[in-house]
Design a protein around this ligand. Sequence first.
Ligand code: MEV
Length: 310
Amino acid sequence: MTETVEVTGRGYGKLIVFGEHAVVYGRPAVACSLSSGAVARLSFSDDPGWTVSHRSRPLSVDDRAKKAVSELLAVFDLRSDELRIHVDLSIPVGAGLGSSAAMATALARGAAELRNLDISSARKLVDRAVEASEAVFHGKPSGIDQRAASGQGFFSFRRGDDALHIEPLEVPDFRWVVARVAPSPPTSEMVASVAAMREEKRESLTSVFDDIGSIAERGAAALRQGRWSRVGELMNRNQVLLASLGVSSPALDRACEAARQAGALGAKLTGAGGGGCILAAAGNEHGVDEVLCEFGDVYSFVLPTAEHGH
Ligand code: MEV
C-alpha cells in the first residue's frame, strides 16, 4: 500500500461556565468553545501507528484512548492498523477543558475527509463517531463537550428527552482565567459518583440539579447583557451547589477563594471536578492570574475571541 495524502481535522476545547453535572440530568448549562483544542493528521499507510502530543511533547496513549479511537474509526469503516495518525493537543489533557471531545472531533473530521464523504453524511457520521468515543471516556455524556468541540463561541445547552436544545449566545468580550489546580480523576468516575449519590438521595439531588439549572438560565441572560458582577455571583452559587454534589475538593475551593480575594467577580470549578481546573471571572484584575500561579498552570482567555497560556 502506498502512503496517501495526509488529511487534517480540527476539534476545540471548552469551558463550562454554568451547569456541569446537572446537564447530564437534562438541566440547562452554558459553555464556550475555545479556539484551541486538537489537530489530527491522518493518512493510509504501510507503516501504521498513532501518536498523541501536547504542544509537540509526546503523550502516552492508554487502553481507554485506544478503545475510543478504534470505536470512532469503525464508524467510518476504518481501522487503526491501516492508518498513520497523529494528534496534537493545545489544551491540557484530563483537566476539564474537553480534550477528549476535541481529539475525537479532530479525528472524526479527518476520517470523514479521508473517506471523501459529502457534507451531510460527514456531519452525521462525525456526530455518531464522537458520541461513540465520548461514551468510552465519559460513561454517560450529556453531549455538551461534543457540541463545544465543533467550535463557535458561547452557547446554552440542554439535553431534552429526544432532542438537544442548543442556542448560540452573543456575549461581549471578557477576560476569564483558568487555573489547573490538581490532576483530575476520569470524568466517567465523577459522573458515576454523582449518579451513586443520586441513587441514595434522589429528592435532594433533584433540587440541587434544579437550582443549578436555574442558575444556568439566569447566567445565560447575565452573560448576554455583560452583567459581570451578576455572572460572578451566580458562578459562586454554582460552586456551592457543585461542592454539595461532592465534586469539588479542598484545593479547588481554596483556589476559588484565592481568586475572589484577588478581585475575581466569581469563581467555580469547570468540567467534571474532583481536581482539574477552576474558572475565574477576572476582567481587568490581573492579580487573579498572579495568585492562581501558586496553584498550577494558568491560562487567560478573552472570550469569545482570544486566548493565551502562561
Ligand atoms: C464534563 O465536561 C461535564 C459533565 O457535565 C459531564 C457531561 O456533561 O457529559 C461533568
